[in-house]
Design a binder for this molecule. Sequence first.
Ligand code: AMP
Length: 400
Amino acid sequence: MLTCKTIEDFVLEGQRVFIRVDYNVPLDEEGNITDDVRIRRSLPTVNYALDHGGKVILASHLGRPKGKPDPRLSLKPAAVRLSRFLGKEVKFASDCVGPAVEKGVQGLRPGEVMLLENLRFHPGETKNDPQFAQSLARLADVYINDAFGTAHRKHASTYGIVEFVARAAIGFLMKKEIGYFNKAFINPNRPLLAIIGGAKISTKVGIMEALLEKVDKMVVSGAMAFTFYRYLGWSTGTSLVEEEMLETAGRVIRKAWKGGVKLYFPVDLVVARKMVPQAESRIVPCQEIPEGWMGLDIGPASITLFGEVVGGSETIIWNGPMGVFELDKFKKGTLSVARAIATVPALSIAGGGDTDVAIHEAGVTDQITYISTGGGAFLELLEKGTLPALEVLKKEGGLG
Ligand code: AMP
C-alpha cells in the first residue's frame, strides 16, 4: 500500500515551507486563466501551512517554456488568483532561484506566502539538475510535494530536491489522490471494473495489462476496440486500427482469459464515412462495419451493455472516451457511460484530460466519487502502482 508522511507530520511554525504545487493552468490568448481548478485544489495544503505559522513558498511550472524565460508563461496571474482565494497578499518572486529570491524568502514572516516564477524558465528543472535542485532546496526548511499532476516526472522540483532537504512529505491533494488509489486497489469492494477507452492500444497496453491483474471486469472501448476486432478477424472498414499491435491485442485477451477477468467490447457502433461534424452515420453490429466506413462511437446496444456492467460493479476506474466525443454526433456513448457511472452507488474514480472533459459535459462531476487531477500521472500510477515523486520520498524516509 502507498502510504506517505504528510504535511501534518511536521511542526511548521516559523519554518520555510516550500510547497511544490501544480499551477499549470490553461491560459487564453491574453494570458488570462481560463480554469483555476488546479489553484483551488492546492488551497487545503496552502491554508494548512499558513494556519500553522509556516512561511509559505510555492513553486510550480506552467507550460513548456523550454528552459528560458517567456513572459507569456509567467505565473504572475496565478499569484493574483491565489491572492483572491486566500484573501491575503501573495508576494511574487520574479525568479525561482538565486540570491534575490533567497533574500525575499528570508524576509517572509509566518503566515505570509510567496509564489515563485515558473520553474521551467530554467533548463535545470526538467533535466533534474542537482545544482538547480540544491538552489531550490536552499529556500526550504520543509519540502511538501502536492503536485500530483507532475508526480510522474523526475524533475528537480519533484524529485532531485528531496536529496537536499531535511524534511519532505506530501500535501493534502497528493494524499487524496493516493488515498483513492489505495481504496480502489487494496481490498476494494468487488466487482472491480476498469473502463479503458481512447485512441490507441499502444499508449494503454501497459495499463491494461497491469489492471488485468487486479480487476474482475474490463470494458475496452474507443478506437482501441478495433485492433481487437481485427485480431479476431472481423472487418473494421476504415476504423483506426494499429496493425502492429494485433499480437498485443491477442496477448491482452489471453491474459484476461487466464486471469478470469471478464472482457467487454462494444457490440454495436455508430459508423460514418468521414470523421466530420455533419457526417451521415449509421448504427451497425460490430461484426458488420461496411467497407469504407469507420466506427466513431459505440451504439445503443453497447450503451445498454456497458450500463449493465457498470450497474453490477462496486468499484469503477475509468479512463478514455468511448468514441470521438469531441464531435456532437459521436459523443453520446461517452456521455452515457459518464451518466451510468454517476447513477450507481459504486466508488468511482476517473482520470485523464478527455475523461474529465466528458464528465463535465455530462454534468455529473459531483456524482463521480473522485476525478483525478493528473492525466499522465494518473495513468502511470494505475500502471506501475507508484510514481517517481513518491518513490523518492520513500528512499529519503518520507514514505512508509
Ligand atoms: P486517448 O488519448 O488515447 O485517451 O484517446 C483520446 C482520443 O481518442 C479522443 O480524442 C477521441 O476522439 C479518440 N477516439 C475515441 N474513439 C475513437 C474512434 N472510434 N475513432 C477515432 N478516434 C477515437
